[in-house]
Structures are given as C-alpha cells and as structure tokens.
Design a protein around this ligand. Structure first.
Ligand code: HEM
Ligand code: SF4
Ligand code: SF4
Length: 687
C-alpha cells in the first residue's frame, strides 16, 4: 500500500512541480481541488436552476423543451446547458483527482478517516446527480441510461417487479418514473450539498473558494468550450426502436457498457468490492498514534490561540474548571486530534526563555515536549561549525535534506509546531547563524495550515508573532514536497550563501517576512503559453470524452426481442373450505371461510425463434413467503427479417406440458423492439 501511495504521490509531485512553475503555488489547481469542487458545485447549481426555469417535466415535453432551450436561445440557454454539462464532467475529474491526491499524501488514515469516508459518499451523490440529469433529456442517451440503470438495479433481489418493465415500449412508458427522476435530480444535489458541508466539518478554515483569478479562468474556459463544442441532444428516445449506437458521456457512464459484457451482477460485485476496499483504506494499515495534545491548566490562560489555530477543530474553549482567574480553558477532543502540534506553536506560554520554572506550556504534545526540544537545539547548535551555521526544523512529509557540519536538523511533526520564541532564542543566543523552517510543498501542507500560520507568525500578522527585532534575513522558510529534494538543497545553499554575504551587514531588516529563495520562475510568455495550453487541452479532452466514443448497441441488421411478464404462478395448495366445526373453534375475529397456504409455483418460460431456444428459465415467486408474482425482463438481439416465434409458459406444479403458449410469424425490421408479453387474462401478446 505504501508503495502505491508513494507512486501516486510521485506522479502528483511531478505535475505539481510543473504547475507551480507555470502558475505559482498559490494558483496551482492541484492544491485547490477541494475548493474547485465547491466552486464547480455552485456553477452547476446556478446553470441548473436556469435550465429548470425553461424545462418541461412531462415525458413527452422534456425533449422538446430542452431542444428549444438549446436552439432558440443558444446564446443563453444553450450556453447554460453546455456549461451545466461540462462543469458536471469537470466535477467528476476534480473529485477523482482530489481523492487520488489525498490518497497519495496519505491524508486519510487515523483520525482523518472522516473526510475520506464522506468523500466516498460524495462520489455516489455526484453519480446520482449526473445520471438522473442525463435521464431527464429523454433522448437516445437517456434511453440507454434508463434501460441500463434499470437492468443494473434489477439485478438486486429487492424489487418485486423489474424496474425495466417501465421501459418495455413507448406504450408502456408512464410519466410516473420520469417525474421521480426529476425529483431525484433536484433532491440529490441538495443532499450532496449537505454532505459537502459534513465533509469539511472536521476542518477549521476549510478552503471552499479557489482564488478569484482561478474562478475567472475556469468560467471563461467553460464558456469557450460551450461555444466551441455545444452540448446537444441525440435523437429523441424511442422505446419501440433501438438505435445502432449511442454516444456516451464517459465521465458518468463509463461502466455502463459492462452491464452487457460482464453482466449486471458482476458489475455490482465489482462496485461493492471497490467501495469496500476504498472505505477500508484509512485503516490499511492502522496508524500508530502518539498521545493527543494535552492541556496543562496551570499554564493555560485561556487566550484561545490554540483554539483559533488548530486546523482540525480539535480544541474547544470551555468555562474554567480549576477556579483560576481566567474565564476559559482549552479542552482537547482526543478523537479529533491528529497530533500535528500546531496548537503548541500557537500557545503564548511556549517560550524557551523561561528558566526559573520548568518549560511546560499551556498545551503540549506528550510525546514531543518543548523542554526536550530546547535541549535538542542547544546541543545541536553547540556542535555546528562553519561560516553559515543553519538549524533546520523539518517536518517528516517534506523533501529530505542531507546534514553537514554546518547544518543540523530537528524533526518536528509540523513546522507550525515551532513557537516563534524558539526562533528568537536561536538567533539571539547565536545557537546558529540562521534558522530554516522546512515544511511540505506549498500547496500540500500535510497538516493543512502549518505553512500559513508559520508565514503569518514570522510576518507578525498572527499571534504569537516573531518579535520585530529578530532579523528576518536569518529566518528562512522552505516549502518543498517530498519530490522536491533538489529544490530544497538549492534553497539551503542559497540561504547559507546569503547568511555569509549578510554577516558583515547589520541594521533593521528590509522585510518583515521570512527569507525565501528566489523561485526559479519561468519567463512570463512561457508561463502564459503553457497555462493556456494546459487549459485548452483539458477543455478539449473534457469536450471529447463527454460524448465520444460511441458504443454499438446492435448490428445494423439486428432487431431486438423483449420477453417480459409479471405474473403470479398458481397457489401450491388449493384453498380448503373450513367446516362449521372448524370455524366455531376459531376466535371470532379469526374466522374465515377457507384456509389457504400462500406459496405459489414458480413460472417457467421458454422462447424459441426459428426452432432455436433463445430463452428457457424458471422464475421464482417474489416475497418472503413465495407469495408474490414471478417476473422477467429479458432482451435479445436477433437478426432482422422473418422469424417464427414460439413462446410457452408453465405456472402450475405440472411436471411437463405448458399452461399457456403462443406462436407468431414475425417480420422484424432492423432496430425494431418487439415485445412479447404475458398477461392474465389475455395470454401472450406480440407488439
Ligand atoms: C464534491 C466533491 C468534493 C468536494 C467539494 C470536496 C471538498 C473538500 C474540501 C473543501 C476539503 C478541505 C480542504 C482544506 O481546506 O484543506 C476536503 C478535504 C478532504 N477531502 Fe474532499 N471533497 C470532495 C470529494 C472528496 C472525495 C471523493 C474524497 C475521497 C474519497 C475526499 C477526501 C478528502 C480528504 C481525505 C480530505 C482531508 C484532507 C486532510 O485531512 O487534510 N474528498 N475536501
Ligand atoms: S495537535 Fe493539532 S489537531 Fe491536535 S489539538 Fe493540537 S493543533 Fe489540533
Ligand atoms: S494557547 Fe495556550 S494559553 Fe492559550 S488557551 Fe491554548 S493552551 Fe491555553
């Protein structure tokens, strides 16, 4: 599993490296996938509401109303429709990329299982929304979606009568099921929104809006795609005839052709297995955890900074329980704490200058206490040699770096755990010439907010901040993911050189922000061209896969025969009339004229075409007591032309012979859907 994660992470690292250089880390879309998901949801909702205003929900009117939206007002409704489709396709891509990235970054194990599991449910919602959306157009794709979804659902042994029987032919089609789809298409996004909200409940300051410039680029790209490659309906649905092929939206219905090739039950097992494996990932293998953050009330003044900085909402401020003069105290909810230590970096009592009393801050990581951190930096600092002695705080998720006589590394769970007074101590006491905070890649902080808080504390924009008189030239940051080893080595080399060059200088700092290397940014024309190329290529791929390639539904010279019934076999035992004595023995409210067992015989049916048996099977009655109807919906592709059809059915306990049969001379046209149905009374019909 770890190898797979490393592989996924390496692929993302390469892509992110490229995009960092093209769009800068702040605008790297791969670092904003969750926020992009939210943004796409709003775009889909707004365009959907517009379409719904003009949409006619009747099964016959749906197609014409959508055609009119697309053609008559192409400049508004047409664009909105395409926009709605492409943004929905984009959401699928974004959700899967987001899932893969979180997997690669291993942000799913331990306490982080919650977002992973709710994320999986969101994928389900995305699909319900998309599939019901295609259904509503009631064109050839909708027909394919309706028939295939029904066939897939019918493989579950829960429906008394196959759902597919709603789509036997045009005559049997009722608006009831169609209206249900419209309701589902409205209810599912609302529920999805609720789950999106639940998904981020364990995160403080969850990023739900991408940067404005990214939103503008996304909207412009979708509008351009909508104009260049407008989303159009296919031919209207016609259940009496089957098209030769249908163009699919591969983002939503890529698995549908498998119902034909591997069969609906196998597809169910595949999907269930995939879900179970994905849902088990947070515990594969279980994460070994150190103890959660611990509050030392003696040193907690109830300032609430840890509460404000905890990225995972694991801290609440509650009324004081120890009688101290402060009104509140911090309380850690162990179940939510991911052991990042960021709260320790936020606590104003975490100052290493204190000597009179033991170094115990208001909040601390029991497995990583600050007193030992102070000892460690003092010891390491003493051993450093050279002209540019650097003490580096490194988190385990960022790029690795080699030590040298001039560089010592202190491993911390997250750089956000290092309280600013520790940087002050290192610089003021000359434990090193410079201190480097080396965290994860800029858009992939494993603990979400470690990078943001560190930058803000150093720039004196967030409490507790680094004192103004600490020269910022001596405090550097390096944000490099595990795949950016060379970049980190380069930053370290640049920082060391800057320390040597600046050693002679003194005076106030030029900037209040941390020192950082000059990023190797590509020239502007190259960046814009590269970015334009990526947006255009993604748009074209989206447009292409949203309706290409088509799948073949039947051969040009083939027709379809549908065999179907929902029919209750005869009762296994005849009802027995009760004698007056038997009646008298029963309680008055239980008296009945006859005694009937409920079980019914299965229904056996066989179909021959031109003397060849194309179907022969026994269908058990539905219901827990075998007292419901037996039912069947089966389709066969057959050569068009003249055929002699013989169909027979047995619904009693007889060993041989049949209770109903019929024969017909058919003349099947290419594409024709001929329905052979059994009903009682009436027997078999061929329509
Ligand atoms: C509509 C689809 C989705 C949306 C809108 C969405 C949105 C978000 C947002 C806004 C965050 C918080 C990001 C931050 O501020 O750090 C997040 C985190 C997360 N999402 Fe999603 N998400 C979606 C689907 C998924 C899926 C399909 C999965 C995986 C199965 C997933 C797994 C996660 C995980 C594991 C995190 C937490 C990462 C961490 O612990 O830092 N999400 N998501
Ligand atoms: S260790 Fe991290 S998750 Fe736990 S309480 Fe502190 S800041 Fe919150
Ligand atoms: S930051 Fe420290 S002092 Fe402030 S509430 Fe949290 S534990 Fe208490």
């Amino acid at each position: 599993m770890n190898g797979l994660k490393r592989g996924v992470r390496a692929v993302f690292a390469r892509l992110e490296n490229l995009l960092d250089r093209l769009c800068t880390p702040a605008f790297n879309p791969l670092g904003q996938l969750g926020a992009l998901g939210w943004f796409l949801f709003w775009l889909i909702a707004i365009s959907g509401i517009y379409l719904y205003i003009f949409f006619d929900t009747g099964v016959t009117q749906a197609y014409t109303s959508i055609e009119s939206i697309t053609q008559d007002q192409w400049w508004a409704g047409g664009i909105m429709r395409s926009f709605h489709r492409y943004a929905s396709d984009g959401l699928v891509v974004v959700a899967f990329l987001h899932m893969l990235r979180e997997f690669g970054l291993d942000r799913l194990r331990g306490r982080r299982w919650f977002a992973w599991i709710t994320g999986l449910l969101l994928i389900g919602f995305i699909y319900v929304c998309g599939i019901t959306g295609y259904w509503m157009v009631w064109d050839q794709l909708a027909q394919y979606v309706a028939l295939t979804t029904s066939a897939w659902l019918d493989a579950l042994p829960i429906f008394a009568e196959p759902i597919s029987r709603n789509f036997l032919n045009n005559a049997s089609l009722s608006g009831r099921f169609f209206t249900l789809m419209v309701y589902v298409h409205i209810a599912a996004p609302l529920l999805m929104l609720l789950f999106m909200w639940i998904h981020i409940q364990r995160y403080n300051y969850a990023r739900v809006n991408p940067p404005r410039r990214m939103m503008v680029v996304a909207v412009a790209a979708f509008v351009a795609l909508s104009l260049l490659d407008p989303a159009l309906s296919q031919a209207p649905a016609n259940l009496d005839a089957l098209a030769v092929s249908v163009r699919l939206d591969w983002f939503y219905v890529a698995l549908y052709p498998l119902t034909e090739t591997v069969g609906a039950p196998a597809l169910w097992w595949g999907v269930i297995l995939a879900f179970v494996v994905l849902a088990a990932l947070p515990w594969l293998p279980p994460q070994r955890e150190s103890p959660p953050a611990e509050v030392h009330l003696d040193n907690c003044n109830g300032c609430g900074r840890c509460f404000a900085d905890c990225p995972f909402g694991a801290i609440t401020m509650q009324p004081r329980s120890d009688g101290a003069a402060f009104s509140e105290e911090a309380v850690v909810e162990a179940d939510l704490c991911v052991r990042c230590g960021i709260c320790v970096g936020a606590c104003p009592t975490a100052t290493p200058f204190r000597r009179a009393t033991a170094l115990i801050p208001g909040i601390e990581m029991p497995a990583f206490n600050l007193a030992s951190l102070r000892n460690q930096i003092e010891t390491l600092g003493r051993d450093l040699t050279g002209d540019a002695r650097v003490l580096m705080f490194r988190c385990p998720n960022g790029a690795a770096v080699a030590t040298s006589p001039g560089v010592a590394i202190v491993e911390v769970p997250c750089v956000g755990m290092v309280p600013p007074p520790f940087l002050d101590l290192i610089v003021r006491r000359r434990l090193a010439d410079g201190v480097l905070l080396a965290g994860c890649g800029e858009s992939e902080c494993y603990e979400r907010l470690g990078i943001d808080w560190t930058e803000q504390r150093i720039a004196a924009r967030r409490d507790p901040y680094l004192r103004d008189n600490v020269p910022r030239e001596r405090v550097a940051v390096s944000w490099a993911g595990s795949g950016q080893v060379a970049m980190r080595a380069n930053t370290l080399a640049q920082f060391s050189a800057a320390l040597i060059a600046g050693a002679a200088k003194s005076g106030p700092s030029a900037s209040s922000a941390a020192w950082r290397d000059t990023a190797s940014r590509l020239p502007r024309p190259v960046r814009y061209a590269g970015l334009g190329g990526i947006v255009a290529a993604s748009g074209l791929l989206l447009g292409f896969l949203s309706d290409t390639p088509a799948v073949q539904l039947r051969g040009a010279d083939e027709a379809v025969v549908t065999l179907s019934f929902s029919h209750a076999g005869e009762l296994k035992e005849k009802c027995r009339v009760l004698t007056p004595e038997e009646m008298a023995r029963l309680e008055p409210n239980m008296r009945r004229p006859s005694d009937c067992t409920r079980a019914r015989w299965p229904v056996y049916v066989e179909l021959e075409l031109d003397g060849h048996t194309v179907y022969a099977a026994r269908h058990a009655p539905a219901g827990l007591w075998d007292d419901g109807p037996s039912s069947l919906f089966a389709r066969f592709r057959v050569p068009a032309g003249a055929q002699r059809a013989e169909v027979r059915l047995r619904d009693t306990g007889r060993e041989s012979g049949f209770d109903a049969s019929s024969t017909a001379e058919l003349d099947l046209q290419p594409g024709q859907n001929l329905v052979i149905e059994f009903r009682q009374p009436g027997g078999f019909s061929f329509r």
